[in-house]
Design a protein around this ligand. Structure first.
Ligand SMILES: [Zn+2]
Length: 91
């Protein structure tokens, strides 16, 4: 793959991820508050709460817990987590 095509692909993925995270925040599927607790580790096959794909072994997984009652927490890929951190703090 040519370098230009690789850059376009990465950019497209970011654009789609941003739109997805914004929609999930707007519809309150994702919280805007900072997590009460957070762990990073290796993927354990959980479905990512942003993109819906399983977080495979060998991939980084972030587990987030919130203080809301009944909250079961979030499991996120690293890029999905980073996008959520950016977008949740946007006014
Ligand atoms: Zn994900």
């Amino acid at each position: 793959m040519a370098a230009f095509e690789a850059v376009v692909e990465v950019t497209m993925r970011e654009v789609l991820l941003r739109e997805l995270v914004r929609a999930l925040l707007r519809d309150c599927y994702l919280p805007r508050e900072a997590p009460a607790q957070m762990w990073g580790g290796e993927g354990s096959g959980w479905r990512c709460d942003v993109c819906g794909h399983p977080i495979a072994h060998g991939e980084a997984e972030y587990e987030l817990l919130f203080t809301r009652p009944g909250d079961s927490g979030l499991h996120l890929h690293r890029p999905c987590y980073e996008m959520w951190e950016i977008e949740r703090q946007r006014p």
